[in-house]
Design a protein around this ligand. Sequence first.
Ligand code: DAH
Length: 339
Amino acid sequence: MLQKIKDMLNEVENLEAHSAEEIEALRIKYLSKKGSIAALMNDFRTVPAEQKKEVGIKINELKTRAFDKINSLRAAFAQTDNDDSDIDITRTAYPTPLGTRHPLTIVKNEIVDIFSRLGFSLAEGPEVEDDWHVFGSMNFADDHPARDMQDTFFIEARPDIILRTHTSSVQSRVMEHTQPPIRVICPGRVYRNEAISARAHCFFHQVEGLYVDREVSFTDLKQVLLLFAREMFGENTQIRLRPSYFPFTEPSAEMDISCNICGGKGCSFCKHTGWVEILGCGMVDPAVLELNGIDPTIYKGYAFGMGVERITNLKYQVKDLRMFSENDMRFLNEFEAAN
Ligand code: DAH
């Protein structure tokens, strides 16, 4: 009997449980009315009188230890259980702050998107360029004022290597290795040596378009630009083309759109004219085709170039160009919804 009690005490000390159900099963096994300790108590009757005292003490000790053990298992389990209940799996997640696209990227993507729907594919070229691709191949005379130190950033010790002043250089990069039909849209950053102010910066962004094929007319150009203006600024937008001059197009034009801030009635943005200029364009000068290895007796083309900052200003009324490069989060976060 004493040995039996001792064994059971050992068993009880080493009990383990991993769930409330397991603890309850142990309680039933040892401490219930039909449990093993109750069975020992029953056997107690058969213990000889002279051993009763000693066995009685041992059984009581076993009972207390079993009680304590099961209670301590319960307490340990309740603690881990409590830890779990601190996690509310129904709670909404903390918001993760997402970045926003830069307003110029938003507008550039929109421009590229509109033209890609019209069949234009994307082309890009380097920002550090040579004089040939920026000026020579674009039919700039050697003494053209745009080559002047005033406008162009030169790379030290290499006067023929410059920062491109316009994305028209990509026209040349495409034409020199592609025969028509060519239909490309070329976004990119350009640099000009200007004093930085609210209205001018030493770098800004342009999107260039070029279309070269057998039968290309000024009417095609006009129609594509009208479609672009309406996609970008709304279906009531009007366009007007004014004669202009660029070395690489002939004839050349500048395009205005009806001011989308006042709807053409006249406001300070459009200087009370009802029109704002958004791009330069024209028929590719045959000399440019020739300079870039395309036969001008077979092919014709049109080209256009627009400033992304200008279009962004029109869409979002950003008054100061410097805002675009100051990384002020209050400004950038305003474009969260436009992403
Ligand atoms: N490259 C001109 C500029 O920077 C913009 C331009 C005008 C591009 C007419 C063209 C064009 O392709 O046809 O001001």
